[in-house]
Design a protein around this ligand. Structure first.
Ligand SMILES: [Zn+2]
Length: 1008
């Protein structure tokens, strides 16, 4: 059952290796036997402990069942007090660094580099290990790798590339502990560094003499230290349940490995920069959630559609070699194929895949701590399959040492294979870089263009800066230029949808082309550059077929960055786009800001650019009015919501406008137009103690944009009966749990689960703290929140927290329908503006693309408690006539049949006279839900990713403003804040916040 492509890949690998063995210098090492050098003494005591802590001999290998002794280089015991992987030993990041620096001092084969800090200011490091000879040549080697990485520097000359390859050695970058509960990698990497520096065996020397191993032992440093605290708490309370790791990094947990698209986290930026600066060939990330070693780089399809096929072959070559080597060592449970689809470029390791290197990822088996325990697997984990001929054991005592053995053995065999084939992989590195430069000539496109006249220049600049951080070169047109584009693009600000995924839908007409002129100043992302592949992957559209054999989808299916930023991005295949006159942008892209004119009144066009909320909070005391209608002034058109500032410190305004990139215009007199004050209200972001994963992306965006907030928990809301006196707005971001869990919290069995700073747990607390994580919002909290809304507060909810608000009676007239067929798996859908006069819609156009994950399907009703679904279209009864020509009772004149009330899918059905007779349940017009945005019609709904059964959610309300007492509840079916990728929808939330006490502006009430 091995796919044909795989067989070919393996054959190719075998052929290339055959070629290589004839090259002098690579013959000997290929057949080197693993194991200690007979002339080098063994560290007997350390070796004895390795064997003691390994629960079965089969869980070790000839590479790791001994440790060579060194007279002057300290072993990990110097810091740990025991061997790597010893029970009960989990070092803090600082201890790991201390050891790496001891190595650096003791061995000329080790160098430690500081590569940046985390959100909480902790250091990140990279440790280079290689022979003295290689380490002294790092700089000249880097210069050569730089030429291979950018073949334009050698005019794409293959002969020169061959000479560079012959002189160069590769960089193999290994990263550990990005996922904080996966605790084994730091000690495995400490010992690995020691082995690589000290071991004189032929096997290790082959590695050391032929490549540089670069190691970041702890990627998520903040989370590592919290995890060590939790583990130490567990050791101190051996009979108790321990608190789960509610916070990993400062903002997000597991999603820290989904940030390679948005680049919001410092750890992603630091690793990316290190990878690019070193011109590394591999990024190999260590995880621990599968028994015993799963190389999930090979994984399963669909593979990311933008990577070079040379890379996907390399995955197979290295991965299957790994399986083969460890299988020969007799280690059970090593496999390469499995349920990881390799589609999204959001994983940290994918930084290499999208930058002409090789991404790799291991899942080994960890115990989330350093206890040795009996582990029982599920049948799906221990059963034999075609790709797992030697599966893990159904039951085994498992230790952290076992895990460290697997991690090191896997990595060492990979390093050895890479060292033996270093020239092949360097040549591939060059070829992939060259093929990236040749993209316009081969598969295309030629470039992406971001027009100069985009209405959201701030969001546009932000998107371009993200590409720059990816190492992508940006150019700016110095003159207008005309190219052929797909027709229809010029007229609409957003690209029209790609073919409908709905089965049976008629294919869209063959694309026609049109000439389009772009103004001078337009940004051009050329595809004839070394890192074209990442730009192409991020800016293009995704299509995941509903009938794809992969039904176990691993992550988001779409990430189209222009759509999610609400910024126009035009894919251009016409090569003329590369010939126009343009200049390379050498600084970070910024939108230009200025105060134009010197009259008394300042005007700022409201375009839903995210820098406007920053301005609002930066100039907190400035009085700003929002126009409730569009108007013209200073020779320009201003949208609804535009800022009118009648009195300002002009120097301060000028400074902030310049810094934030905002255009301000001046007029003598304020336009005569209805307006209301735009406030800088007091915000609380409320979290649970169940999960802080998804709300972390909201906090991160608020922090990045300088929007201040208080950070409270549901436990705070439970005991505060006057939330309104402290806050104007409470934001309740998605939790990922049902309403019952939010109210009840964790079960109250057993002991309290503290999350606070103590001498035993110095890294817990801080972000927020509690004596006991178990209690939830409770019924008192529900009442306090309802009181907050009734007293004029704004409560913002999304997805499952919207479901919470609906099901607990915050929102009369809204109900949620059950989805039966809908599969909107982390995709991008089109939403349409229903009520452009609502302040929530200020600055937006007629349509917007939003991130959706099976969002709740809202229905509306004018009746409290009404389910709001449309009445089932009644089947006509048996009688005369045809289905649409109804029955006529005989022997009397036909009676006129009244028209049933009609409404659009996103609207409530108008009330009937029968319903109004005694109006106990009728919601008064001013208290009825107001639909701001709805999902597009089914034919226009799909933007990017996987959409199946879209008719279930098409046309339904997507964003609703529900008045409740003196306040409002806003419900989102889509997620406006997701992984730093959805910057085009942030302003929907900021609009609600800034206009929290004027959300009824522009509202038209029903007559009855
Ligand atoms: Zn993981």
């Amino acid at each position: 059952m091995i796919p044909v492509s795989l067989v070919r890949a393996m054959l190719l690998g075998a052929l290339l290796i055959t070629v290589l063995v004839v090259i002098p210098g690579f013959t000997a090492s290929a057949q080197v036997k693993p194991g200690p050098d007979p002339n080098q003494p063994i560290d007997e005591e350390y070796t004895k402990k390795i064997r003691e802590y390994t629960t079965e001999p089969v869980f070790n290998s000839p590479l790791t069942d001994y440790l060579p002794a060194s007279p002057n280089v300290p072993t990990p015991k110097a810091v740990l007090g025991d061997v790597a992987g010893a029970p009960g030993k989990l070092p803090y990041a600082e201890d790991v660094y201390r050891y790496m620096r001891m190595l650096e001092r003791a061995s000329p084969r080790v160098k430690v580099y500081s590569i940046g800090t985390t959100e909480e200011g902790r250091e990140m490091i990279a440790v280079a290990v290689a022979s003295e000879r290689l380490l002294t040549k790092l700089d000249e080697n880097r210069a050569r790798l730089g030429q291979l990485a950018d073949p334009r520097t050698i005019k794409l000359d293959d002969n020169q590339a061959d000479r560079l390859v012959a002189d160069s050695f590769p960089i193999y970058y290994i990263t550990g502990a990005i996922h904080s509960p996966e605790t084994g990698a730091p000690t495995a990497l400490m010992e690995l560094a020691y082995r690589l520096a000290v071991d004189e065996s032929a096997y290790i020397r082959t590695i050391r003499d032929n490549l540089v191993t670069l190691i970041t032992p702890v990627v998520e440093v903040d989370g590592r230290n919290r995890m060590v605290d939790v583990y130490n708490w567990h050791l101190a309370h051996p009979k108790d349940n321990w608190p789960s790791l509610i916070y990993w990094g400062h903002y997000v947990a597991h999603d820290n490995n989904r940030d390679a698209i948005g680049l919001s986290l410092k750890l992603t930026r630091n690793i990316l920069k290190t990878y690019i600066d070193w011109k590394a060939q591999v990024l190999h990330d260590l995880h621990e959630s599968v028994p015993y070693l799963y190389d999930n780089t090979i994984g399963d399809g669909p593979y990311n559609a933008w990577v070079d096929p040379i890379l996907t072959d390399e995955w197979q070559m290295i991965g299957w070699n790994n399986v083969s080597e460890l299988t020969k060592f007799g280690m059970p449970g090593v496999f390469a194929h499995g349920n990881f689809d390799t589609w999204s470029p959001g994983y940290l390791m994918f930084v290499a895949a999208t930058h002409n290197g090789i991404s790799r990822l291991y899942e080994t088996f960890g115990n989330a701590g350093a206890d040795t325990v009996e582990r029982t697997l599920s049948p799906s984990e221990y059963q034999r399959t075609w790709y797992r001929q030697n599966p893990p054991l159904p039951k085994a005592r498992w230790s952290q040492r076992n895990n460290n053995n697997y991690e090191q053995t896997g990595v060492l065999t990979a390093l050895h294979y890479f060292a033996n084939n270093s020239k092949l992989f360097l040549k591939n590195f060059y070829l992939k870089s060259k093929r990236s430069v040749l993209k316009p000539k081969n598969e295309g496109p030629a470039a992406y263009v971001l027009p100069a006249n985009d209405p959201r220049s701030g969001n546009q600049a932000d998107l371009l800066r993200t590409l720059q951080a990816q190492g992508v070169e940006i150019n700016r047109a110095s003159a207008p230029f005309t190219v052929t584009v797909k027709a229809g693009k010029a007229a609409t600000p957003s690209p029209s949808p790609t073919p409908s995924p709905t089965p049976g839908a008629s294919p869209s007409p063959s694309p026609k082309t049109a000439e389009r002129q772009f103004p001078a100043g337009s940004y051009i992302v050329r595809m004839d550059q070394p890192y074209s592949r990442i730009a192409d992957a991020l800016l293009d559209y995704q299509y995941w077929a509903p009938n794809d054999p992969q039904q176990d989808i691993y992550d988001d299916t779409a990430w189209t960055m222009g759509e999610l930023a609400n910024v126009e991005v035009v894919r251009v295949t016409d090569p003329r786009v590369l010939a126009g006159s343009m200049e390379r942008v050498t600084e970070d892209v910024r939108s230009p800001g200025a105060v134009n004119g010197s009259s008394a009144v300042y005007l700022i066009n409201y375009n839903a650019d995210n820098n406007l909320v920053t301005l609002r909070y930066r100039l907190k005391d400035l009085r700003i009015e929002a126009a409730e209608e569009s108007f013209e002034a200073a020779g320009r058109k201003f949208n609804r919501g535009s800022f009118i500032i009648s009195k300002a410190d002009s120097a301060a305004l000028r400074h902030v406008a310049g810094e934030l990139g905002i255009q301000v215009y001046t007029v003598d007199r304020a336009p005569e137009i209805k307006s209301h004050a735009v406030k800088a209200p007091r915000i609380a972001i409320m979290h649970t103690w169940l999960s802080t994963q998804d709300e972390g992306w909201w906090r991160l965006a608020f922090d990045q944009l300088g929007v201040p907030y208080s950070y409270i928990s549901t436990q705070d809301a439970a005991v505060d009966s006057d939330l309104r006196s402290k806050f104007d707005v409470i934001v309740f971001a998605p939790v990922g749990r049902d309403p019952k869990a939010i109210v009840l919290g964790l079960p109250m069995f057993g002991n309290a689960l503290p999350w606070k700073t103590t001498s035993l747990t110095p890294n817990l607390g801080k972000i927020d703290s509690t004596e006991d994580m178990r209690p939830g919002l409770g019924w008192s909290g529900v009442m306090n929140l309802q009181k907050f809304v009734q007293a004029g507060g704004l409560f913002i909810t999304t997805m499952d927290t919207a479901e919470f608000a609906v099901s607990l009676g915050f929102t009369s007239g809204v109900s949620i329908a059950k989805a039966n067929r809908l599969r909107a798996i982390g995709n991008i859908l089109r939403v349409k503006t229903v009520d452009a006069a609502s302040p929530i819609a200020y600055g937006y156009d007629d349509a917007l693309a939003m991130y959706c994950f099976n969002g709740p399907i809202f229905n509306l009703s004018h009746m409290a408690g009404g389910r709001g679904g449309r009445p089932e279209r009644e089947q006509r009864a048996t009688g005369r006539g045809t289905p649409d020509d109804p029955d006529i009772p005989q022997g009397r004149p036909p009676a006129e049949i009244p028209e049933p009330p009609k409404a659009e899918v996103w609207e409530a059905v108008p009330l009937t006279d029968e319903q109004r007779r005694n109006a106990v349940y009728v919601i008064p017009p001013a208290q009825r839900p107001r639909v701001v945005l709805r999902y597009a019609d089914n034919k226009d709904l799909f933007v990017s990713g996987l959409l199946d059964g879209g008719d279930e959610i098409a046309q339904h309300a997507a964003v609703i403003d529900v008045p409740a007492g003196a306040g409002h509840v806003v419900l989102f079916s889509t997620n406006p804040f997701w992984r730093g990728q959805t910057k085009g929808s942030y302003s929907l939330v900021f609009n609600a916040i800034m206009n929290f006490d004027n959300l009824n502006a522009g509202r038209k009430l029903d007559e009855k």
